[in-house]
Design a protein. Structure first.
Length: 224
């Protein structure tokens, strides 16, 4: 799950980035509204965490431009502006949620999970279930045939994005962007290694290679 974090405060941005990384998110962090607008024009993100008081373009302007382009990427405003007027303005301009600083990381994570569920089709249950596999994004627990198993952070993230898109072919580029942020060194075969490890866990036929495109998992019987 890839997040664009837009925050100009160095300490807060670094702390938030680390907290999101530890919870399994891939985070790209920019510190100005102008850079945020450029990133949103050229890259694909699953969620945006957006400050309002930014150098360059304001957070509201970034949000307006995003929605004017017809981009419905979920946006959570994270700001020190706590007046009712600011909340109403942000939500009316297209934000999906609004959280006031200072905040608890656990609340931010819970709100992001809620936005994920809504954007994935308003699932009532937070669990992702596929045959004998169940994945809980909140607790980061994966079970197979009723037994918990340990996955690395990126194996977990890859499994989650594949389960959320069961039946769809996802490109190598899309999957790699979901697992690695800007500036991270990525070996040429890193994605293949993660796929190989998941196949060892769940069977060689669990993930299907679509030659020249990417990977997919079939929908389970109860999803058809």
């Amino acid at each position: 799950m890839r997040i664009l974090l837009v925050e100009d405060d160095e300490l807060l941005g670094e702390g938030t980035r680390k907290g999101l990384n530890q919870d399994g998110y891939t985070v790209d962090w920019v510190k100005t509204g102008t850079l945020a607008d450029q990133a949103l024009k050229t890259e694909n993100f699953d969620l945006v965490v957006l400050d309002l008081g930014l150098p360059g373009l304001s957070g509201i302007a970034v949000l307006e431009y995003l929605r004017d382009r017809g981009d419905d990427t979920p946006v959570l405003i994270l700001t020190a502006r706590d007046s009712i007027e600011d909340r109403v303005l942000g939500l009316d301009k297209g934000a999906d949620d609004y959280l006031v600083k200072p905040f608890e990381l656990n609340e931010l994570l819970a709100r992001l999970r809620a936005l994920q569920r809504r954007s994935a089709g308003a699932r009532a249950a937070p669990l992702l279930v596929h045959g004998d596999i169940s994945l809980d994004p909140a607790s980061h627990i994966v079970s197979y045939k009723g037994e918990p198993i340990n996955l690395s952070r990126r194996e977990f993230a890859l499994l989650q994005v594949l389960l959320e898109n069961a039946g769809r072919v996802l490109s190598r580029e899309h999957l790699t962007q979901s697992l690695y942020g800007w500036g991270e060194e990525v070996d040429s075969n890193a994605l293949e290694v993660h796929v190989h490890n998941l196949r060892k866990r769940f069977g060689q036929d669990f993930i299907r290679t679509v030659r020249g495109i990417g990977y997919t998992i079939e929908k389970s019987k109860d999803q058809k």
